[in-house]
Design a protein around this ligand. Structure first.
Ligand code: HDD
Length: 717
């Protein structure tokens, strides 16, 4: 069977076939700069062009006929990695079929511009006659499953993916210029009604049944489409003899931003041909794959099918004068009224190499659109703009379905999207966000927006100052970035402000790129000069010039609700108190404090140098936690009841001293007995203040923070 020569356009494909083997050999990806796919080398006997048979991890296979057994009649061994992998992969080879258009046939080809239309569109493809780009086109039936027949009475999908230099453009049409419904919200109902009936699982690939006609009879908007559906249009002789339509009104937008409405048409060079109904029925029985086979064999024999791309272009004025709404997908525009202007030709000249890899995995999306072409407010189109991306994720299983070769653009693509299942790209550098100034630090800053050449939506009513105009702007008041930040800062207590300043110093001290610190400091000046100065001092930096504010901050006063400390509750509810004791401590006093704390809704954890039962005055006491492993940070407040000799002993234990030093530094209540005050607190640099009551006075103070202690503690730090 003669293999057609790959068209010139195909030679710029991302993937070339490895010599001899069937293996695809991904080459340098044009994805994010700097990453390449791992080369899968040809491996085998070059003379016979056959590869060594291996498993998926490169291990050559000696015997692919027999599973590994314990003896020639023994059980198969689980260690049979060859059997295991082969069956494992086989078990997971199916993916969900498309919910509609499940059965399709596709081919690669090339599109060539035969008439440039720069006055109508800035789309790069249409700037010059002779421009070409690779295409991938999938034809499909709608209602039947992937395994149904090719010749039911049904609409035919006609989806074309143009791999243009400005990204992929998917013109996802049908062979009928109108549709059953006007609003996408009815699409699930339409599909449920036409597909096999919910309680019986039939009929397959047929509209001749109750639920479909029940729905249709209740949806008068479908009547025009029904004429087409019941016509010979839906029993095409071959896929090479169908027309194609974008259906919706789209827009062409030129370099001046002027928009014109447009409807897209595909005119088969071989002309329209249909079967009779009897013929279609008999073909279905004789050859369920009749259309798929025909397309494959035509291309394989070099009889490349071709279609001319035509456009019907009209303006708002024309639209307003029509007795129908051009946003209504159940209406067409008669060609006699607006002639179809041919602007290019698509020739399908290469069959897929692998049906699953290409025809099944291809993901068409009406949102794949290029600058110079835009949507209209057609409610059916608008709903489609949501649906296709959504459905591809559930069908192809990964947010990275754009990396599947058939879906990948053939032009460079760069963004900060990362990770996700089946990530095959290896982006380098730290820039996975934008804006960033990493390039200032000599690193790769990553791609940047293209205001001049990037996709921007057509502004329909710019001159009318229409508030509903599609814009990518922030409302004016959004520009005030500092007033509320200022209000927050000024609403804090002095301690809280100190905490915030310290936090900024801590954070920025970890920042290595100096200009990043400077930029943050310059913004802090718009919040509070004192804050900026404190942070700059903490970083031993000069205070830089104040950052320019989009809107100068205004004074919003303060709000106590923003401060934690101003609304702190004096309660033991939900708080935990750690009581440190040791041999000889007074059990009754401990029990009494525990009872009081628990009566107030608090919890107590007993802490001791040893966790086993300890002899105390009045019996023994078993700790909840051993001192070394139960630091005072675990508690909202602490208390200590120690015999002087035990306190003196613990004063030699760094962990014990730190237990108090931390509680003090964290401004917690430390209810301390005499022994603790004498031997431990001095060692921990604890100065006696309102937060350091006697052990028996704990309840008078409670588990509050003593923030006035902080300046002393900060100086100690
Ligand atoms: Fe659709 C697939 C064409 C209405 C939602 N649609 C799909 C395909 C074609 C069309 C050709 C198959 C693409 C392929 O080969 O993979 N669909 C149309 C046309 C419509 C239309 C011409 C009306 C003018 N479609 C339509 C609506 C919705 C969808 C109103 C949902 C709101 N269509 C889908 C989908 C599919 C799909 C569920 C299923 C499989 C897929 O997307 O990839 O998202």
């Amino acid at each position: 069977m003669k293999k057609p020569s790959a068209s010139p356009a195909n030679q710029n494909a991302l993937h070339e076939r490895a010599p001899g083997s069937g293996a695809m050999v991904p080459t340098e990806a044009t994805g994010n700069a700097g990453e390449t796919h791992q080369q899968i080398a040809h491996d085998g006997d070059h003379s016979s062009g056959t590869d060594h048979l291996t498993d998926n991890f490169g291990h050559r296979i000696a015997d692919n006929q027999n599973s590994l057994k314990a003896g020639e009649r023994g059980p198969t061994l689980i260690e049979d990695l060859i059997l295991r992998e082969k069956i494992f992969h086989f078990d997971h080879e199916r993916i969900p079929e498309r919910i509609v258009h499940a059965r399709g046939s596709a081919a690669h080809g090339v599109f060539e511009v035969t008439k440039a239309i720069p006055g109508l569109t800035k789309a790069a493809l249409f700037q010059k006659k002779g421009n070409t780009c690779p295409v991938f086109t999938r034809f499909s039936t709608v209602a039947g499953g992937a395994g149904s027949v090719d010749t039911p009475r049904d609409v035919r999908g006609f989806a074309v993916k143009f791999y243009t230099e400005a990204g992929n453009w998917d013109l996802v049409g049908n062979n009928i210029p109108v549709f059953f419904i006007q609003d996408a919200i009815k699409f699930p109902d339409l599909v449920h009604a036409v597909k096999m009936e919910a309680d019986r699982g039939f009929p397959q690939a047929a509209s001749a049944h109750d639920t479909f006609w029940d729905f249709i009879g209740l949806m008068p908007e479908s009547m025009h489409m029904i004429m087409w559906a019941m016509s010979d249009r839906t029993i095409p002789r071959t896929l090479r003899n169908i027309e194609g339509f974008g259906v919706h009104t789209f827009r062409l937008v030129n370099a001046k931003g002027e928009g014109k409405f447009v409807k897209f048409h595909w005119k088969p060079v071989l002309g329209l041909e249909s079967t009779t109904w009897d013929e279609a029925v008999k073909i279905a029985g004789a050859d369920p794959d009749f259309h798929r086979r025909d397309l494959f064999e035509a291309i394989d024999s070099g009889n490349f099918p071709a279609w001319d791309l035509g456009i019907q272009v009209f303006d708002e004025e024309f639209a307003a004068a029509q007795p129908y709404d051009v946003l209504d997908a159940t209406k067409l525009i008669p060609e006699e009224l607006v002639p179809v202007e041919i602007i290019g030709r698509m020739t399908l000249n290469r069959n897929v190499d692998n049906f699953f890899a290409e025809t099944e995995q291809v993901a068409f999306m009406p949102t794949n659109i290029v600058p110079g072409i835009d949507f209209s407010n057609d409610p059916l189109l608008q709903g489609r703009l949501f649906s296709y991306l959504d459905t591809q994720k559930s069908r192809l299983g990964t947010t990275n379905f754009h990396q599947i070769p058939i879906n990948a653009p053939k032009c460079p693509f760069h963004n900060f999207q990362r990770d996700g299942m089946m990530q095959t790209l290896v982006p380098t550098g730290r820039a996975n966000y934008e804006p960033n100034s990493l390039a200032d630090a000599g690193e790769t800053g990553g791609p940047r927006e293209c205001p001049e050449t990037g996709f921007s939506s057509f502004t329909e009513n710019a001159e009318r100052n229409d508030p509903t105009e599609k814009v990518r702007v922030r409302a004016e008041l959004f520009g005030d970035h500092y007033s509320q930040a200022r209000m927050f800062f000024l609403s804090l207590t002095e301690n809280e402000q100190a905490h915030l300043a310290s936090a900024l110093v801590f954070e920025l001290s970890k920042v290595v790129i100096e200009p990043v610190r400077t930029r943050v400091l310059s913004r802090l000046r718009n919040i509070d000069e004192n804050l900026a100065q404190r942070v700059a001092d903490g970083l031993a930096m000069d205070v830089p010039a104040k950052a320019k504010a989009k809107r100068e901050p205004v004074d919003l006063g303060t709000s106590d609700a923003l401060s934690i400390q101003k609304q702190a509750l004096k309660t033991l509810q939900g708080r935990t108190v750690g009581i440190l004791y040791d041999e000889g401590s007074d059990k009754a006093a401990i029990d009494q404090l525990m009872a009081a704390i628990e009566a107030d809704g608090g919890r107590v954890k007993l802490v001791a140098p040893k966790v086993g039962p300890i002899k105390v005055k009045g019996g023994t006491l078993k700790a909840d936690g051993q001192l070394a492993g139960t630091p005072s940070v675990m508690f909202d407040a602490v208390a200590a009841l120690l015999m002087p000799d035990r306190a003196a002993m613990l004063a030699k234990d760094a962990g014990a001293v730190q237990w108090f030093a931390d509680a003090y530094a964290h401004c917690k209540t430390i209810a301390a007995c005499g022994g603790t005050r004498e031997h431990l607190l001095p060692k921990a640099n604890v100065e006696i203040d309102a937060g350091v009551p006697k052990f028996e006075d704990f309840m008078k103070v409670g588990a509050v923070r003593h923030w006035d202690r902080e300046p002393k503690v900060r100086d100690l730090a």
